[in-house]
Design a protein around this ligand. Structure first.
Ligand SMILES: Nc1ncnc2c1ncn2[C@@H]1O[C@H](COP(=O)(O)OP(=O)(O)OP(=O)(O)O)[C@@H](O)[C@H]1O
Length: 960
């Protein structure tokens, strides 16, 4: 009996989270019946999708006294409704003997776990389904029927499978058998008799998942979790023969679906490397292939074999299963791209057709088939023996698996339950002991980035000294935490019976309490926040007597820890408090702050992994001020980036946040390999730590162009400001009016009283960069170099100075003549309102020098020269009638007003001159200082300067 059915697809939108609320997010989704509409926040365009169900869980609800979210508006879809629509169908299919699968897809934090597992009293589909299954079993009074339920739980991380119900953290192998398809060898399947037992197993699995995520230094959002419930109904007829109807229910919580491209890592040379992306993208390919095949358009190969995940989901997707997908959606405008991609994914999945069959057969037949298969395999193996070829390992394994299955069928259910009961009692004794300990004594409770995994692991702290470290072999350790940066012997927690204290065992053992790192024995108070090593977070829960008085452990979420750590690291100073109050930018700045807070612990983790793998690379989050890059000077945006330094060569790189996150995933995978194999085996091309040498943007200097509109020479020494607004160097820039031959004109000859005098005429001028002093970039590391680049008046050309190397004070010798012919109104306005922005680039050894690696664009105009640039194309050509019109307008202007403007301009000029004088003063002081230093070096650093010309503005000696 085969039943062809489409995959059922539902989507569900969650409420805004704190971060989205803080950023004043807009909701871009709306739903009506089974339809979902998404609005592009940039254009306002909408797209509509139809699904089997569209669940609105964004608003229209309230928590009741027990914490259950109750609808206050009929449009709100609560957990029960989702179960009634989806979970109940899964159960009905299981009773009918069909395999069933339900998988949750979506971006990290979109609500997959909430729908599947749920939080606290708001139970999700998996627990309700299990509960309802046993309720139905208990109501069934058919004595001729026996019900057998077993439960397994596994996790796929980085293409490796781990049994979440086994203490053993070994990786399991995925194998294939002709009858079963793909299966996980040695996966524990625990018989269960009631819902309570399933609950306990899920707790145990979650605990293992939490510990594993600490050990592997990964969050659960990077792994897939598969829960399998095997439900067997055994019917015994009057003559004692039995028939088995069985169903396998797969409940899958997939890893976050965010693509490298949408996180902005498109510019990264290693974008496709991550194994997690690989398995999800294989899933995407499988779904596409199946959708194509089902539509009959074309027949394509379905690439199940390309990832562990798709191997295990082969039946659920396009096979013998009734399958449901629930796609979790974030409502926020910032997630538009991701949410749209999730909707498209879901849209494709609904085209898949499955052929589910009822799994029903007489038990005797099952055994007979297995016996026949056995005989065949034996014959083959014996044939190989006779041929002297040696046995085929795969055949041998298949035989063993057959024997195991036969024994499994023949072993009575009662016996299996008996075995499970014994194991359960043992572990229950352990659990009860732990419960008792935490009831009576203070304890540490874990805090995880994934709220679902927070508060799962507890370490009791009985009276006396409790030693904490990463190694079990270290005698005396009673608390083992295999986290990043945790030493073999890390800290000792002493419980005097009345007071608890913690002390790092060595200066390298990082212990942070409430954001402050401690070096000495320090008392702990109930609800103190602890960070051990680079990223292991714990809440200290104090003596029972202290507990009733204060707060809820839930208040101290992962975000709370990170905010506290950021604040104590002076993050607010970095941002500059006035900015936070600037109205329109407030939301943006909060977002930058949150970005920084989010990135900080990740950067710490990468630093720790780099250290463990002896990589000599350090990482530092920074806030980049984009204002320096803008010729209008009104860009107030900021951005978080990561400064990467090779500590051996002093080479540096700037990674965007997206690139860093992408690289971190790859580094985690490399780290896991390093931990398992004890060695690093990666080619340079795939090494997430490696990048070719890059030019680094150091900062920019602004020269206002207003003077040029009056044909007055500008000769300024200006500061180059880096991304934090600090001085990076002093650069001399000269903009002088010139004649057509490129000869500089004195101000007296060139100056005009009114810029409009230039209209329609030809304007020649020269931009030169004679020298740059006090370059911090080169002072820090003598092997480095530097150069300047700029663009002018919206042309796409980038002008560059020649690279200079090794000296922090250097002659740049850059000159470039420009000709504007004819001068337009637009150009004059440009001069009045814009600055020339000189970008300063840091060059590093190993850089390809010629042609210069362009940080800007491909239309390289080469280094400065005296060639003439005609820029008539940009300026609107200026006719006689235009000119008359403008002159007419200007005559009509009030003369008084003109005078006022001139007065103000004269005032401005005075101010500018005095500012220029101050800069010149500073510049000459810098020159003197440099001279003094040089003299000091010449005299071996000790001698006094004795120079008759000291104090005079003598030309400076340039090194290099
Ligand atoms: N329907 C909902 N109603 C109320 N809160 C929700 C709902 N869906 C999700 N949330 C909340 O949103 C947050 C993120 O959800 P959840 O952890 O389920 O996301 P996820 O997609 O499973 O993320 P990850 O990939 O990290 O596991 C949680 O705090 C959860 O409580």
């Amino acid at each position: 009996m085969a039943d062809s059915d489409s995959v059922k697809v539902a989507v569900r939108v969650r409420p805004f989270n704190q971060r989205e609320k803080a950023a004043n997010s807009k909701c871009i989704l709306s739903m009506s019946g089974s339809q979902t509409v998404i609005t592009d926040p940039a254009t306002g365009n909408t797209k509509m999708f139809g699904f089997d169900q569209s669940y609105w869980s964004h608003d229209g609800f309230q928590a009741d006294d027990s914490g259950i979210y109750q609808a206050t508006d009929s449009k709100y879809a609560d957990q029960r409704r989702v179960f009634n629509d989806l979970g109940q169908g899964v159960l009905n299919n299981a009773w009918a003997g069909y395999n069933a699968a339900l998988f949750a897809y979506g971006q990290t934090g979109a609500g997959k776990s909430y729908s599947m597992i749920g939080y606290g009293v708001n139970r999700g589909i998996v627990p309700i389904t299990c509960d309802e299954l046993f309720t139905a079993i208990s109501k069934n009074e058919d004595k001729e029927r026996q019900y057998q339920v077993s439960f397994s739980m596994l996790e796929i991380y980085n293409e490796k499978v781990r049994d979440l119900l086994s203490k053993d953290s070994k990786n399991l192998t995925v194998r294939q058998s002709p009858k079963q398809g793909f299966y996980v060898e040695h996966l524990k399947q625990t018989p269960v008799q009631n819902y309570k037992e399933i609950e306990r197993l899920m707790d145990q699995g979650t605990k293992n998942r939490t510990t594993a995520s600490t050990n592997m230094n990964a969050t659960s959002s990077r792994s897939h979790m598969v829960i399998t419930i095997r439900f067997k109904q055994v019917f015994i007829n009057a003559s004692g023969e039995s028939t088995t109807k069985s169903s396998e229910i797969n409940l899958v919580d997939l890893a976050g679906s965010e693509r490298a491209s949408s996180t902005g890592a498109t510019g990264d040379r290693l974008k496709e490397g991550s194994a997690i992306n690989q398995s999800l993208s294989t899933l995407g390919n499988v779904i596409s292939a199946l959708a194509d095949n089902s539509s009959g358009k074309k027949k394509v190969m379905v690439p199940y074999r390309n990832s562990v995940l798709t191997k295990l989901l082969q039946n659920a997707l396009g096979g013998n299963s009734k399958t449901i997908m629930i796609a979790a959606l974030s409502p926020a405008d910032i997630n538009y791209e991701e949410t749209l991609s999730t909707l498209r994914y879901a849209d494709r999945a609904k085209k898949i057709k499955n052929n589910a069959v009822v799994n029903e057969s007489p038990t005797d037949r099952l055994i007979r088939e297995l016996k026949e298969e056995n005989a065949r395999l034996m014959a083959k193996l014996q044939g190989q023996d006779r041929g002297g070829k040696g046995r085929d390992e795969e055949l041998e394994r298949m035989l063993q698996e057959n024997v195991r299955q036969m024994a499994d069928i023949q072993m009575t259910w009662e016996k299996k339950l008996e075995e499970a009961r014994r194991e359960w009692e043992q572990s229950q004794a352990q659990v009860s002991k732990e419960d008792m300990m935490t009831k009576e004594h203070p304890y540490l409770q874990n805090v995880n980035e994934d709220p679902y995994l927070s508060g799962v692991v507890k370490h009791a702290l009985p009276p006396g000294n409790n030693y904490l470290g990463n190694s079990k072999s270290e005698t005396g350790n009673s608390i083992f935490i295999r986290g990043l940066g945790i030493l073999a012997c890390h800290a000792v927690l002493s419980n005097s019976g009345a007071e608890m204290s913690i002390e790092p065992v060595s200066p390298d053992a990082k212990v942070v309490i409430n954001g402050q790192q401690i070096m000495v024995k320090t008392p702990l108070q109930h609800m103190d926040r602890l960070m051990l090593g680079s990223n292991c977070l714990f809440l200290y829960v104090g003596y029972p007597a202290d507990r009733a008085s204060q707060g809820d452990t839930k208040e101290y979420s992962y975000d709370f820890f990170q905010q506290e750590l950021a604040q104590s690291q002076g993050m607010t100073d970095l941002l500059g408090t006035p900015r936070l109050g600037e109205g329109a930018n407030e939301a943006m700045d909060k977002l930058v702050f949150q970005d920084f807070v989010q990135l900080m612990p990740k950067v710490d983790e990468v630093n720790a992994m780099s250290k463990d793998m002896n990589k000599a690379m350090t990482f530092q989050p920074i806030i980049k001020n984009l204002a320096s890059h803008d010729s209008l000077g009104n860009n107030k945006e900021m951005e978080v980036e990561v400064l990467v330094t090779n500590t051996l060569t002093n080479q540096v790189w700037m990674w965007s946040k997206a690139k860093f996150i992408n690289r971190k995933f790859l580094i985690e995978e490399l780290y896991q390999q390093y931990m398992e194999e004890g060695k690093l085996d990666v080619e340079q091309a795939n090494d997430p730590f490696w990048d070719p040498v890059e030019d680094v943007f150091l900062g920019s200097a602004h020269v206002w162009l207003q003077s040029l509109a009056y044909r007055i020479q500008v000769d300024e020494q200006i500061e180059v400001h880096n991304y934090q607004g600090k001085e990076e160097a002093m650069v001399q820039v000269v903009i002088s009016p010139a004649d057509a031959q490129g000869r500089q004109l004195p101000d007296a000859e060139a100056m005009v009283i009114d810029p409009s005098e230039l209209l329609g005429k030809r304007l020649d001028f020269i931009i030169s960069i004679p020298q740059c002093l006090g370059m911090k970039w080169i002072q820090e590391e003598k092997s480095r170099g530097s150069m300047f680049s700029f663009q002018f008046y919206g042309t796409s050309n980038t002008y560059r100075s020649k690279p200079v190397w090794h000296s922090p004070n250097a002659k740049m010798n850059f000159t470039q003549q420009f000709t504007i012919n004819p001068v337009s109104m637009e150009f004059l306005q440009y001069l009045q309102t814009h600055a020339l922005v000189l970008d300063m680039w840091g060059l590093q050894e190993g850089r390809e020098d010629d042609p210069p690696s362009s940080p800007q664009d491909g239309s390289d105009n080469g280094y400065g020269s005296s060639s003439t640039i005609q820029d008539g194309s940009r300026s609107s050509s200026f006719s006689d009638s235009d000119l008359e019109q403008v002159l007419h307008m200007r005559e009509a202007e009030n003369l008084e007003l003109k005078k006022q403007v001139q007065d103000l301009e004269a005032e401005l000029e005075k101010l500018r001159l005095s500012e220029q004088a101050a800069r010149k003063e500073k510049f000459s002081l810098l020159q003197q200082l440099e001279k003094l230093k040089t003299a000091q070096q010449v005299r071996g650093g000790g001698g006094r300067q004795h120079n008759s010309s000291a104090g005079k503005a003598t030309p400076i000696q340039f090194l290099g």
